[in-house]
Design a protein around this ligand. Structure first.
Ligand SMILES: [Zn+2]
Ligand SMILES: [Zn+2]
Ligand SMILES: [Zn+2]
Length: 406
């Protein structure tokens, strides 16, 4: 297996308590809805009527019952996932958490349960390898596109404290939403990804160091990610680094956006090939989309603990542009991710913001070209028909016209 990169150490995280912005996943973004609409139009069509089944009081006509070996609340979490170590068993329900209802016939539900059940043994084998590496039993949940290892015992999510099992599923669900969002916005095909992405959240620095060494080829106390092939993000999820669920969620969104970009065909990490602006820009853009704030940086050396302008970057960029103090696009396009200055991180976010509203499908093309080692200026010319100077001018005008003052 070819590994493109031996992990990029992320040393710092900034500005705890900087924001109380709510987590809305449906913020409208110019140019983005259009893509979503086109996609649904193509996918739907034929007149498939929902089948009706005779009423069953035992299962409320759902066709299945929680397995008596598990709590109903645990079984409920298993819907839509393909493997979960919390309910794994080779007995009664085969690790699905559910059994077919004996009182009624739902062949569609039986088929789905069987498919779920049949997939479990192979996944189990694969997941247990990680337990063997770590020499203890990990808490692992798997969906279509992600593997989540959740070692935190519990975390307060909103007003509710979630225990590990529910917490693991919550993060898995959030990752699947990010995947849907990323692929819908940029018009990325399912077949552009070949592997599940792994997100590992450890409960102490020792496990994080050990885990990141084993799964990301580099040990570090806070966080490491392996980009490109076998995309993995490993992080210590404790209070020491993250104020709470919102901060951890934001960090996971930022870093998983990096994974998605690097794991999409053609697979490569552009952050060390002068594509730092796009690599960081995409990661910041998803942070901003859900939280209205950016406070994650992927640095090797510099101290970013102060963050930049409280993480509210649109007004900061607007001000830079008004004062004509923004860095030159030519300079930004020559940086690797770890050499971007704080200002350049904010500018990179804004470049992506500009190109997404202009044409997200063309941005996807540009990103593909960057991963094929085309320099930014050539990729920009091909995808948007702009020179670097034209890009800078058009972007400046757009920022001045659309960004808020505060
Ligand atoms: Zn029934
Ligand atoms: Zn589960
Ligand atoms: Zn980053």
């Amino acid at each position: 297996m070819r590994v493109f990169l031996t992990g990029l150490v992320i040393l710092l995280f900034a500005a705890l308590g900087a924001s109380q912005v709510g987590v809305g996943l449906s913020k409208a973004v110019g140019g983005v809805e259009r893509v979503a609409l086109q996609e649904t139009k193509d996918g739907e069509g034929d007149s498939e009527k929902p089948k009706t089944y005779p009423k069953c009081t035992k299962c409320k006509t759902t066709g299945k019952m929680p397995c008596p070996e598990h709590k109903k609340s645990d079984a409920t979490l298993e819907e839509g996932v393909v493997y979960c170590s919390f309910v794994y068993t080779d007995d009664l329900c085969g690790g699905t958490g559910w059994l077919s209802c004996e009182k009624c016939e739902r062949p569609d539900v039986d088929a789905a349960l069987l498919k779920h059940r049949e997939g479990i043994p192979d996944l189990r084998k694969e997941m247990v390898k990680m337990d063997e590496e770590m020499e203890f039993e990990l808490h692992t949940v798997v969906s279509e596109h992600f593997v989540v290892v959740m070692e935190l015992e519990s975390l307060k999510v909103g007003k509710k404290r979630l225990k590990r099992h529910a917490l693991a599923h919550k993060y898995l669900e959030r990752l699947e939403r990010l995947y849907t969002d990323y692929t819908t916005i940029l018009g990325v095909k399912e077949s552009d990804f070949t592997e599940r992405m792994r997100v590992m959240i450890w409960a102490n620095e020792t496990d994080q160091e050990e885990g990141s060494l084993r799964f990301c080829a580099q040990g570090a106390k806070y966080g490491v990610k392996l980009l490109g092939m076998t995309p993995t993000y490993s992080v210590c999820g404790t209070k020491q680094y993250f104020g709470g669920d919102e901060e951890l969620h934001r960090g996971v969104v930022h870093n998983t956006a990096h994974l998605l970009l690097s794991a999409q065909k053609p697979v490569d990490w552009i952050g060390d090939k002068k594509g730092g602006w796009a690599d960081a820009g995409i990661a910041h853009w998803f942070e901003d989309r859900y939280f209205g704030i950016c406070d994650n940086y992927c640095y090797q050396e510099q101290d970013t603990s102060q963050g930049f302008k409280g993480g509210k970057w649109k007004p900061a960029v607007k001000k830079m542009v008004a004062m004509k103090e923004e860095p030159n696009a030519g300079t930004v396009f020559s940086r690797n991710t770890d050499s971007l200055t704080l200002e350049e991180h904010a500018i990179s976010f804004s470049y992506i913001d500009f190109l997404i509203q202009k044409d997200p499908a063309m941005l996807n093309l540009l990103l593909k070209r960057l991963r094929s080692k085309t320099p930014t200026r050539d990729a920009l010319a091909e995808a948007f028909g702009m020179t670097v100077i034209e890009f800078q001018e058009e972007w400046r005008e757009w920022v001045a016209d659309t960004y808020p003052l505060r």
